[in-house]
Each structure stands twice: as structure tokens, then as C-alpha cells.
Write a protein that binds this ligand. Structure first.
Ligand code: HEM
Ligand code: HEM
Length: 273
């Protein structure tokens, strides 16, 4: 499924990009641009930017820029629509020794993928002679980038506290809820990125690509929410079972067989540890 999703995500990136008929800066499109740098601009900086890119280098420049935008969109979407949700579903539904470590390493890998996408996004912003920092898409992307930094720390502290006290602590709730909020924000920001690209007009994504992103991202988010609900229900059930087990073993009425099956249920709840 990951492969199909990956292929679909690649298809989300504007394929008939820079020089297609829809492109604002394609043949015949000069001067119509909203952001003057490549013609039609209304301040002096824009004029300089144009002369800098004018001539035969201009096509190369747009080609490189196109690759960077595609790489940015694909990597960031993979991180938020595929990797982070998969890592979160895994910790909820999986039950094997060392699951916490697999989740942790997988999420750190997803973060590294986003770091690469982030670098490309920042490069792109710095290379457009328009102030973009007051736009929702890059600003949300930066906020998400900073908040994600705390996730591995919270996750690690949660894990060791959990081992010590055998229950969730404030660190656990911090990790769970910051993770849920940040990943959801990232998924939404991918959609905003596509709208932003449409607004900028350099490499306009098609309506189909925007719809495909919405559908894949929405399905992935719902699967993750479902996994979180199933995981929390299992956890509540096993907590009830283990407190029942404590009560019954205190009154020494428990048989050997049922005691071992209760242990298994409890292990499923502690499975990630
Ligand atoms: C960028 C890095 C990370 C992100 C974005 C992340 C995200 C998440 C999310 C969203 C959940 C909750 C899943 C759900 O129910 O919706 C979760 C749970 C968990 N994470 Fe992470 N995580 C990261 C790194 C780590 C690391 C490094 C560790 C441990 C070393 C870790 C340990 C755990 C554990 C043990 C749980 C289960 C908590 C519980 O059920 O009480 N995470 N993580
Ligand atoms: C949650 C994080 C992010 C996600 C999921 C994301 C995703 C996307 C996507 C899917 C696109 C459309 C690309 C295309 O049309 O092929 C896009 C465009 C863009 N992104 Fe991001 N992005 C994120 C963060 C950032 C950050 C941090 C920056 C810069 C600081 C940034 C700058 C841009 C710019 C300038 C564009 C427009 C490119 C164009 O004109 O076509 N993004 N982003």
C-alpha cells in the first residue's frame, strides 16, 4: 500500500509544470504574473530579479526550480501523509518487544525526510523576490518544524517514565497530543502548499492533483484516527483486566490458566515497552 501511495503522491506534483498551457509564465504568459519578478512587477527589486534571470539561463533556472518544488512537495507530503501516520498507527496496533524503538526510529526517519523538504522550501522562499514569510503555508511549515523537534525528547522521557511508574505521565500526554496536533497540521499544510503554489503561479498544480492529495491525505488521517481509537480502547480494556487481576489474586481465587491469559492481555497493553 505504501508503494501505491508513494506513486500516487508523486502524481500529485505538477507534472505539466512550468511550460504547460496553464502556466502563468508559459508562452504568452509574460507580464501577467502577479509577482512581478519575471515580468509585470511593480517595484525596482523585481526588475533586477528579472534581468538576473533573463536570457538563455532562464529556462535552466526554471527547470531547477521546478525540480526543487517537486522534491519539496513530494518529500514533505511523504513525511506527513505516509510516514508519520504509519509510525503512529504502528505504535497503536503493533504488539511486539521493542515496538517503542521501531516507532521512535521510524518517526525520526520521517522527521529527517521533512528536514530535507524543509530545507528545499526555505531555499525556494529565499529565491523568490517576494516576501513570503507572512503566508500561512511557510509559516505553518516552520511552526511544525520547530514543534517536531520536541517529539523525540518527549517520546524518550515518556518511555522511561512509563517503565518506572507503569502508567502514563504528563510527558506521555505531551508526546501523544503534540504528535497528533503537529501531524494533523502538517497534513493540512500540504493542501495549503498546493493552494499556495496555485496562487504563486510558478508551477501550478492541476485540480486533479489537489483532489488526489485531499483524498489520500483524508483517508490516511482517518485510518490513523481509527487506529488511535482502537488502541485506546484496547488499553482501557487491559487496564481494567489488570486491576481485576490484582483484586482476584489478592483474594487467591484465581486459577493458573486465567491468570496467564490476563498477563497476556496486560502485555498487549504494555506491548510497546
Ligand atoms: C518526530 C518524532 C515522533 C513523533 C512525531 C511521534 C508521534 C507519536 C504519536 C502521534 C503517538 C500517538 C499515536 C496515537 O495514538 O495517535 C506516539 C506515541 C508514542 N510514541 Fe512517539 N513520536 C515520535 C518519536 C518518538 C520517540 C523517539 C519515542 C521513544 C523513544 C516515542 C515513543 C512513543 C511511545 C512509547 C508512544 C505510545 C504512548 C502511549 O500509548 O502511551 N516516540 N508518538
Ligand atoms: C508541513 C510542512 C509542509 C508541507 C506538507 C509542504 C507541502 C507542499 C506542497 C505539497 C506544495 C506544492 C508543491 C507543488 O506544487 O508541486 C508546496 C509548495 C510550497 N511550499 Fe511547502 N510544505 C511544507 C512546508 C514548507 C515550508 C517550511 C516552506 C518554506 C519555509 C515551504 C515553502 C513552499 C513554497 C514556497 C511552495 C510554493 C512552490 C511553488 O510556487 O510552486 N513549505 N509545499
Amino acid at each position: 500500500m505504501a508503494l501505491t501511495t508513494t506513486i500516487a503522491l508523486f502524481s500529485l506534483t505538477p507534472s505539466a509544470l512550468a511550460f504547460g498551457p496553464r502556466h502563468q509564465y508559459g508562452p504568452g504568459g509574460w507580464g501577467g504574473g502577479r509577482y512581478g519578478p519575471f515580468g509585470g512587477g511593480d517595484d525596482n527589486d523585481d526588475g533586477n530579479a528579472f534581468s538576473q534571470f533573463a536570457g538563455s539561463n532562464f529556462a535552466n533556472y526554471l527547470g531547477d526550480r521546478e525540480k526543487i518544488v517537486i522534491a519539496h512537495g513530494v518529500l514533505a507530503s511523504l513525511a506527513f501523509v505516509v510516514f508519520f501516520p504509519l509510525g503512529s498507527i504502528l505504535i497503536r496496533l503493533g504488539s511486539f518487544p521493542g515496538l517503542w524503538l521501531v516507532h521512535g526510529l521510524f518517526q525520526i526517519f520521517a522527521y529527517m525526510v521533512y528536514i530535507a523538504a524543509f530545507g528545499l522550501g526555505v531555499w525556494f522562499v529565499n529565491n523568490i523576490p517576494v516576501n513570503l514569510i507572512d503566508r500561512y503555508h511557510p509559516v505553518i511549515g516552520i511552526v511544525v518544524f520547530v514543534l517536531l523537534f520536541f517529539q523525540p525528547i518527549l517520546g524518550l522521557v515518556h518511555h522511561f517514565q512509563f517503565k518506572k511508574y507503569n502508567r502514563r505521565t504528563i510527558w506521555s500526554y505531551g508526546h501523544l497530543w503534540l504528535g497528533r496536533i503537529v501531524i494533523t497540521l502538517g497534513i493540512i499544510n500540504g493542501g495549503l502548499g498546493l493552494l499556495f503554489a496555485t496562487e504563486l503561479g510558478f508551477f501550478v498544480p492541476s485540480q486533479g492533483q489537489i483532489i488526489a492529495y485531499g483524498v489520500i491525505a483524508g483517508v490516511m488521517w482517518l485510518l490513523w484516527v481509527l487506529a488511535a481509537i482502537i488502541g485506546e480502547n484496547r488499553r482501557a480494556r487491559s487496564r481494567r483486566a489488570s486491576s481485576r487481576s490484582r483484586r482476584t489474586s489478592r483474594s487467591r481465587r484465581i486459577s493458573r490458566d486465567s491468570s496467564s491469559s490476563l498477563y497476556k492481555e496486560t502485555y498487549a497493553h504494555h506491548g510497546y515497552a
